[in-house]
Design a protein around this ligand. Sequence first.
Ligand code: GLN
Length: 485
Amino acid sequence: MHNATLTELSRRLHAKEVSSVEVAGYFLERIRAASTQLNAFITVDEEKTLAQARVADARIAQGGAHRLAGIPIAHKDLFCAKGWRTTCGSKILENFVAPYDAHVIERFNAAGAVILGKTNMDEFAMGSSNENSYFGPVKNPWDTRAVPGGSSGGSAAAVASRIAPAATGTDTGGSIRQPASFTGVSGLRPTYGRVSRYGMVAFASSLDQAGALAKSAEDLAMMLDVMAGFDARDSTCMERPKDDYVGGLARGVKGLRIGVPREYFSKDLARDVGEPILAAIDAYRRQGAAVVEVSLPNQHLSVPAYYVLAPAEASSNLARYDGVRYGHRAAEYGDLLDMYCKTRAQGFGAEAKRRILIGTYVLSHGYYDAYYLKAQQIRRLIARDFSEAFKACDVIMGPAAPCVAYDIGAKITDCVQMYLDDLYTIPINLAGLPGMSIPCGFGDRARPVGLQIVGNYWSEALMLSVAHAYQQATDWHTRMPAAFA
Ligand code: GLN
């Protein structure tokens, strides 16, 4: 059952070969068995999950239920889900129980999907390795010495180890695509504005976007179909009809123009990643796609710009954790100011504090023009580079990450090196574009490699069909870690 695609699970549920309660129970048991090895979940609540599964079974019995009805989905622990603890990987929200549902959760609930649990993540989605979680690091199912990537590392590890059929994630600077790459699963970050951010704990609001991690592009298409759509509660959510993501999967890649940026294959890219990426692009060529060289001349400015803009927005967004409204409050304090200071000193981890400090600094009088404004200008240049490139191609392909998953602890003391590793994902966020990562082979120490596919604005249907064409011709996406077979 754990290897079944969403399509297959849906078929079995609707044919009443299996009940939602059985499916949920099966995955809950797998989560329990893997919990000490992987630490992929922060919160599991069997009673709540099974209660929702019973409701789904009743809906399926009535007939006419949605195709995701009864399917358990894991959610990154920054989506508010009513009655569920929602921690965002932070001590400051350790005991916060969400009083309402995020838009994404509402949509899955409306379809009759079942909440399987809340997945581990870097604190406030700040990180690339999942080592910044207050709840401890997540392990990579392919090799538990390795990180799963971040910040949606719990979701990625859960899907890779088949302890969840699929999961949600968010991607502010690569947090869906990079962990998807590190764990050998498929991940989609939609265009900024495609999915409502309502009820998502905010990190950097002009970059945050919800998406999904699953075993295949086909599964991602089913999920996006549920998640996408206008929501007036998020002022940056676009009022724009969604496409037929599932129906459009089989369009093939004949005549597709694949842009490969000449800046991508530099000394920054590890050889064991570059080779499978080039082989994947070759496989597209054999299926009838044309490969053209494009250029993203300002790409090298994106990491420095992002690490000004994202902390600036974070410093503002995280100001709300003051110990008054909700979340942790220091047990002992003097006056009000002392309460703020102690609460925040105790509640935030080192990376969140670093970003609050950087963000406050770059927004302060006298530095605003030099850092924040400059970074905004660079952001515009990067978006313009992509617009130019998309005149010559339909999608851009390259690596999602410059290396395969590294060992836990290997980079945690050098945060700048970890930031620099985001070079392939961050430009897409700065431009607001959609991006995917799909498994395309293995690098050193048999650790997975992900191919990044970047589309123009609102082209998720095309991107999913491009990924699907590759998955019809190859079987990388069906490989799974032996320890969880
Ligand atoms: N690694 C990036 C960061 O630490 C991206 C995180 C994300 O996409 N949430 O900010």
